[in-house]
Design a binder for this molecule. Structure first.
Ligand code: WTA
Length: 649
């Protein structure tokens, strides 16, 4: 199956080619490469054909209204995403497994479409009884329990935009997100299980609500039994008391195509996290179409995306995309090494997963643990593998292909963002010849380009910025409450063109090779953290005068957070302080943002206009020869930093 080409000047791994395995290609949903040209000729018609497959209370009048950078899809249409994820399947699929959930301690539950429909209706009625009306925001801060998927769908059913906050986020991060969205209700749990421990959430939720006055009611899922004495009278209600008592009948609210479906906060380069706004119809069509074609979804697939619903991947490809397709979607609560390092593969074996979608950071961890763990389990049910969140290095791709896919499963490397809502660059596994490390080419109907500073497309093999030149249905509509920032952040660099802030190159076959972020976002274990947030957290500590943070490459996590800190004059540097500052960042933002290294420095390198030169700090942290220092106010600062860093390594 592996074809080697004769070209030797590029890296060897870039020369490997994997055409679709014959057996796979024969059965694939999409076998005709003509779909690309067809979609290009009429991209509106292309997306509209997917929309036709879904349920509408009222059909749209117009597919697209594009007034750059503001977009509307399926204008005039009325639909409901939860209806499409549930009710639409209550005919032939009513007793099919919709959600297969496994808890970390080993408990598990299967919800058929009928079951899930009932639970979502009850939860929707419960939200209504708490005063939630169409348009009210609901913040959801839950571990990966079934109630998380149910809560999201219940919000969608009644037209209350949800804002899911990852359960690993800190008190302050939660509070900021609640306040920005002005949420009326918070759904949380007493705790969840992670690596055998209880991850307590209720205490965090309570603390964050001091200073979040918009929240009137808190709905609490009982998972760990660790907050029975923490219920606040008049405000807190147990999920099992309220939801279980509701009627299982709740009509889905007919939503306007452009009504908000959800907000999801993500890190930007400056300022507070951005509330990315996704609306109803376009997002539904975009996730439906891409789940169907990229994952080649079939009626009998058991599809598992290992992400957390707290991130966009979980929204689009655990909940909405798969369920809109009537698929069986698997959800796992805990960590991949509990009770042992074969847990993921035990799950694949137990439920007969046919598709597994995970992140390169996880794959590199599995590589480090060794092949013996996947070997313990029967992985023969798998037929397709996926990757998302950061560039996958060819070595990890090959390991995944070989050790998890047994050399028989195409690996779809899918590039997209919280903002794009849906996969935009990825193979169609029945058609595309794969190259390890490349996300291959744009999904049909998507127009992507790699350009230089001036917006001119660069030649084959040259690096540039990835941009998108045509609207797509799942794209963000704005930043919640801040349309100016939306325009400035994504649309100001090039006219009528979406700026991704990712570096990219195209090869001579037109394949896209993603090169990582070009802005001040650090991609840790496939999650975005802004340098600015880490810096604010550090400066918040009483010992710190100034801080700069950057990402440096890390074998497993992709990038690790490194911080350079200037202490206040009276404060002596010490190892204890390093530990304290790391913990401070983890407490302020969440464990995911904890710096791997902190270096003290008398001064940070700055330009004459006093901008911190993160590029130079990156050079220092990567151990590279120093880049251009001509604009630096005091070049000696970097030299001394570099000397200190080299000593430490
Ligand atoms: C990176 C996650 C290379 C990229 C869906 C992007 C990737 C950011 C890939 C978005 C991929 C995501 N190859 N890089 N297949 N997928 N990225 O918003 O830098 O959490 O801009 O969305 O992750 O991260 P986000």
């Amino acid at each position: 199956m592996v074809e080697q080409t004769g070209n030797i000047d590029a890296l060897l791994q870039e020369e490997r080619r994997f055409p679709p395995p014959e057996e796979f290609a024969r059965k694939a949903n999409i076998r005709d490469p003509g779909v690309y040209d067809e979609a290009d000729r009429d991209f509106e018609g292309f997306w509209a054909r997917f929309a036709e497959e879904l349920h509408w209370f009222k059909k749209w009048d117009k597919v697209l209204e594009w007034d750059p950078p503001f977009v509307k899809w399926f204008v005039g249409g009325k639909t409901n995403v939860a209806y499409n994820c549930l009710d639409r399947h209550l005919g032939a699929r009513r007793n099919k497994a919709a959600l297969v959930w496994e808890g970390e301690p080993g408990d598990w539950k299967v919800y058929t479409y009928w079951d899930l429909h009932r639970e979502v209706c009850k939860a929707a009625n419960a939200l209504k009884s708490l005063g939630v009306r169409k348009g009210d925001r609901v913040t959801i801060y839950l571990p990966m329990v079934p109630e998380l998927a149910i809560a999201v769908l219940a919000c969608a059913r009644i037209g209350a935009p949800h804002s899911v906050v990852f359960g690993g986020f800190s008190i302050e991060a939660l509070r900021d997100r609640i306040n920005d969205s002005q949420a009326k209700v918070l759904i949380t749990a007493d705790g969840g299980y992670r690596r055998g421990n209880v991850l307590a959430l209720k205490g965090n939720a309570d603390a964050s609500l001091e200073g979040a006055p918009t929240v009137e009611k808190v709905l609490v899922v009982r998972r760990t039994g660790t907050a029975d004495d923490q219920m606040v009278a008049g405000r807190d209600v147990w999920w099992h008391d309220l939801v279980d008592a509701q009627s299982a009948k709740c009509d889905a609210e007919p939503m306007d195509a452009e009504d908000i479906l959800y907000l999801l906060y993500t890190s930007g380069t400056t300022g507070k996290p951005k509330g990315i706004v996704h609306t109803t119809a376009g997002y539904m069509v975009g996730t439906y179409a891409t789940a169907k074609w990229v994952f080649d979804l079939k009626e009998d697939d058991v599809y598992w995306c290992t992400a957390d619903i707290g991130w966009v991947t979980g929204h689009s490809y655990i909940v909405y995309g798969p369920l809109a397709n009537g698929a069986t979607t698997v959800m796992y609560e805990g960590s991949p090494d509990y009770p042992d390092r074969d847990r993921f593969w035990a799950i694949v074996e137990k439920y007969g997963a046919t598709i597994c979608y995970t992140a390169p950071t996880a794959i590199r961890t599995f590589m480090r643990w060794g092949e013996e763990f996947p070997k313990r389990r029967d992985l023969s049910s798998l037929r397709l593998l996926g990757s998302v969140g950061e560039p996958i290095n060819p070595e990890a791709w090959m390991w995944y292909w070989q050790n998890i896919g047994g050399g028989r499963c195409p690996v779809v490397d899918t590039w997209w963002q919280t903002e794009t809502g849906q996969i935009l660059i990825a193979p169609l596994p029945g058609i595309t010849t794969l190259k390890p490390g490349s996300a291959t080419r744009p999904f049909p109907g998507i127009q992507a380009e790699v350009v230089d500073e001036a917006g001119v497309p660069v030649g084959a093999g040259q690096g540039g910025y990835l941009v998108l030149q045509r609207p797509w249905p799942g794209m963000l509509r704005t930043i919640y409450g801040d349309p100016d920032r939306y325009v400035e952040q994504y649309w100001s660099r090039y006219p009528d063109t979406y700026f991704t802030a990712d570096g990219c190159k195209r090869d001579e076959d037109g394949y896209f090779w993603l090169l990582g972020r070009v802005d001040d976002v650090i991609n840790v274990s496939a999650h975005r953290i802004s340098t600015m947030e880490v810096e604010s957290a550090l400066v918040d500590h009483e010992a710190v005068a100034e801080a700069a943070s950057i990402g440096r490459s890390h074998d497993v996590k992709g990038q690790a957070v490194v911080a350079f800190v200037t202490l206040k004059e009276s404060v002596p540097a010490s190892d204890a302080l390093v530990a304290e500052l790391k913990q401070h960042v983890a407490t302020k933002i969440g464990a995911i943002a904890r710096p791997d290294d902190i270096f003290f420095t008398a001064e940070l390198p700055k330009t004459r206009s006093q901008k911190i030169m993160r590029r130079l700090l990156r050079d220092v942290a990567e151990g590279r020869a120093l880049g251009d220092t001509t604009t630096l106010a005091d070049p000696a600062v970097v030299e001394s930093l570099k000397a200190q860093y080299d000593d430490d390594e």
